[in-house]
Design a protein around this ligand. Structure first.
Ligand SMILES: C[S@@+](CC[C@H](N)C(=O)[O-])C[C@H]1O[C@@H](n2cnc3c(N)ncnc32)[C@H](O)[C@@H]1O
Length: 491
């Protein structure tokens, strides 16, 4: 199976509606059609409800889903708690959970982020395991998947009212502020804002022995800090925090009415390349891994982690997909990323049962004006790690997941890669550097060839000199030389 024949790219600037599936070398790439744009909530619920007997029928249902989920509500219940860059919409995991699992099954997400898959498993009565190296992601996921009794919520309400009373008695607040050292950690947070955040944190700390309440409070505080970062301006910290925590408490109350018998949820703060999960326990993985050269979550969440007392240094060392290193040759980021993803896929194979379905949602990105179609790499990895490619589904991305940066431009589309585990990996594991080196070298050589044939594949109206583009082939050749060194997991 050759990479370049697996699928065709979305038509750039062309008419998308009306295109149907392209069948290339066994793997279908679904393109959006006009019919799917008119897809309604009722169509969706009918399609994903019971009644599909065979797996083949269920795979066929995937062709009738309107994957853009235009006009669908993509935030409900605890999904509202905290925004998270590049999260996916809940309808993606929901589709696969309903079609491919039943109550009592365990669903896994090795890169669970703010827990979209885990929340959907919880709402649909399935047990789940979420894993993420980002401690903030784990905190948010835990807070979103817990039932809290009305009695406990009353206790939290009392505690935050006390913080408010303290804050409202202005003279005491001024006294308190005088005692704090002068701190200005960035242009975003002025001294008053910092002090207000500290006050809320101190108030919440009194609830430390009531984990569910404490963590709910921390997530509300983190969401407030996030609002400052998003607004890039001064905001009223107290007003924002109280609005957030009150809305979260009312959602937590609602959740108890929706979920009568809570399924089991396990959240692991760990590395997707070395999952602390037993082998062959799950029929379904739904995940969206980091993108290459996209965003460093440790940077994005640095302030949140600092205030919440979470260990961001450890996460920084192990984060996949970051782009703050290999500045001189960005293609070394690609080889490192591919090695990490191959290891993660080997772990996904290990924890899945035979015949289990593995769903990976990922967008394209770019490096030095070269388009990186990550989904093609995942499809290409499949055969090396005993997965059968089933399909790749293209979808236009919704605004919550849209992400853009000066380095990579806009990520505005997404592919959902559907694979099926054929058999266990025998004699190799995710720790096997020799195997990883061999596969990554092969795929990067194919990429090098494509770049030589068609340099600058991701140029969008920019003017870049021919020499600059030609240099890319040299850089890729150099990155290949570094593969044995760059693919090693950093201690
Ligand atoms: C695209 S996000 C996942 C978003 C998630 N699907 C959601 O809806 O919230 C990718 C995640 O990978 C995590 N990550 C990065 N490196 C990791 C590693 N080595 N092990 C586990 N998770 C990692 C990041 O912290 C981030 O949460």
């Amino acid at each position: 199976m050759r990479l370049e024949t697996l699928a065709q790219r979305k038509p750039v600037g062309g008419k998308r509606a009306g295109l149907s599936s392209l069948k290339l070398n066994r793997v279908e790439v679904r393109q959006p059609t006009l019919i799917r744009q008119e897809f309604s909530l009722q169509d969706f619920e009918t399609l994903i409800s019971d009644g599909h007997k065979t797996k083949r029928e269920r795979y066929r249902v995937l062709d009738s889903i309107g994957w853009d989920f235009k006009n669908f509500q993509t935030q409900y219940l605890t999904h509202h708690f905290h925004s998270y860059p590049a999260r996916f919409i809940p309808q993606i995991p929901k589709t696969f959970i309903r079609l491919f699992t039943k109550e009592g099954d365990t669903i896994i997400d090795p890169f669970c982020g703010c827990g979209t898959t885990i929340v959907e498993a919880f709402l649909n009565g399935r047990d789940s395991i979420g894993n993420d190296f980002n401690p903030l992601a784990c905190l948010i996921t835990r807070a979103k998947t817990r039932l809290i009794s009305d009695k406990e919520l009353d206790l939290l309400d009392k505690n935050i009212s006390e913080i408010k009373r303290y804050v409202d008695s202005d003279h005491r607040r001024r006294e308190y502020l005088k005692k704090l050292p002068k701190r200005n950690i960035s242009n975003l947070f002025n001294r008053d804002m910092i002090n207000e955040i500290c006050l809320i944190k101190e108030g919440l700390d009194e609830l430390k022995d009531k984990e569910a309440l404490y963590e709910l409070g921390l997530v509300a505080l983190s969401a407030t800090i996030w609002s400052v970062i998003e607004a890039e301006n001064e905001i009223d910290i107290f007003a924002n925090f109280y609005k957030k925590i009150n809305s979260m408490m009312s959602i937590a109350g609602e959740l108890g009415k929706v979920v009568e018998k809570p399924p089991q949820v396990i959240v692991i703060p760990g590395d997707a390349r070395d999952l602390q999960i037993d082998s062959k326990i799950s029929p379904l993985i739904v995940t969206s891994p980091p993108y290459v050269n996209a965003l460093d979550y440790y940077r994005v969440h640095m302030y949140n982690m600092l205030w919440l007392g979470l260990d961001y240094e450890n996460f920084r060392k192990h984060e996949i997909g970051g782009h703050s290193h290999f500045i001189a040759n960005r293609f070394r980021l690609l080889t490192e990323y591919l090695a990490d993803m191959l290891r993660a896929m080997m772990e996904m194979n290990r924890v899945l049962k035979r015949g289990g379905v593995c769903v990976i949602a990922v967008g394209n990105s770019s490096l030095e004006y070269e388009l990186i179609e990550s989904y093609k790499f995942f499809l290409a990895f499949a055969k090396y790690v005993n997965f059968k490619p089933v399909k790749a589904i293209f979808r236009n991305i919704d605004t919550t997941r849209k992400y853009s940066s000066r380095d990579i431009g806009k990520i505005d589309d997404e592919y959902i890669v559907v694979l099926e585990k054929e058999r266990d990996l025998r004699g190799i594991s995710a720790k096997d550097d020799g195997f990883v080196e061999e596969v990554v070298t092969k795929l990067v050589r194919e990429f090098e060839q494509r770049v030589k044939e068609k340099p600058g594949s991701s140029l969008r109206g920019k003017r870049v000199s021919k020499e600059r583009l030609e240099k890319n082939a040299e850089r890729i050749a150099q990155a290949i030389k570094f593969i044995p060194q760059d693919i090693r997991i950093k201690e």
